[in-house]
Ligand binder design. Sequence first.
Ligand code: PLP
Length: 403
Amino acid sequence: MTAPKTRYFDSNATTSVAPEVLQSMLPYFTENWGNPSSPYRLGKKLVEPIELARESAAALIGADSSEVIFTSCGTESINTAITSCLYSQPAKKHIVTTAVEHSATKNSCAALAGRGYAVTYLPVNRDGSLDLGLFEASLRPDTAVVSIMWANNETGVLFPIAQIAAICRKRKILVHTDAVQIPGKLTIDVNELGVDLLSLSAHKFHGPKGVGLLYVRKGTPFWPLIIGGHQEEGNRGGTENVPYIVAFGRAAELARAISTQSRQKLAALRDSLENEIFSKIPGTSRNGAREPRLPNTTSISFTGVDAEALLMMFDQLGICASSGSACTTGSVAPSHVLTAMQLNPTEARSTIRFSLDYETTPEDVAFLMSHLPRLITELRSAASPRTAARLTSSKPALAAQAM
Ligand code: PLP
């Protein structure tokens, strides 16, 4: 039996490496394989491509290239950002974050709490939004860092980072944002945003896995996490991963070139998927505010459906999606993001995240929708014939959900 064609609705988990990006990195595995720190040409000639990649990366976020540190992934950038703010201000012991962060932040803060730091996890509203009054009230004289994600990877909900940064600035508190889900989907300008530190990861925007970026605003106190050689101006030891850094630069150029029109098209395709689900399948609801939200993401709960079972049926058809965060797949715990939004564990376990990409086609959406209503009916009937009968006779909630 031939494998079915892949229909990929999991771009928040990872994206394919763009052909241009792959081409850009290949020479650095073959003829240009030297060590950039070496004194001879084979190594020395690698300094320029690294610096060109740094400039492209800086241009993606409106920064100066001297403010860009290459890392091994988004998780490393986030860990570095938070610990740097703590270690460079030893008198301050308090971190403010939210209850819906990616595990890179959540577990990093939990580990720091175990070492004596105080952590405030801000709750979110039912629609995934943040209460700025509550945020401001959580700040203390000993707050060393506010680390709040810009876009939630599970729901796509955006937090008001510019407003958060302005509040922090007045109080001289350092602010870091996990912007891993942003490139290619929103324009990034670190000066408009006003953050002190910002994290990215190349594999979320058609670069390879295993290379990240940490932006550190000029003048921000900095304490490296990876201490070793003089690489990255002493801010991150370890021989540079030249092919991946070059690839980051090329992926950044491609992400920066994505037009507003393309983003609108992506949002329209996502909205058409949402509308079809709400109009064709009763007992469905979106998690998270409709706006402000990433243009590619929707999180949908299907009452009475076991999301893991649905994902297995999807897999048979070549459809890739996610139940909650990809990084927690395999764990039986319901998504901490959805439970923070006051879904009960059963509702959280009946949720699928669809995250589209510029490569997603209307035909992919049509294929998904040609199977989804039937799969939902089958799963509901198997789980509870009475619930299935009740939901089948109820009207789809288009008007309520699609606003
Ligand atoms: N932050 C967010 C919002 C993410 O979605 C991810 C990846 O899933 C990360 C951080 C971690 O990035 P990486 O996989 O590069 O460590």
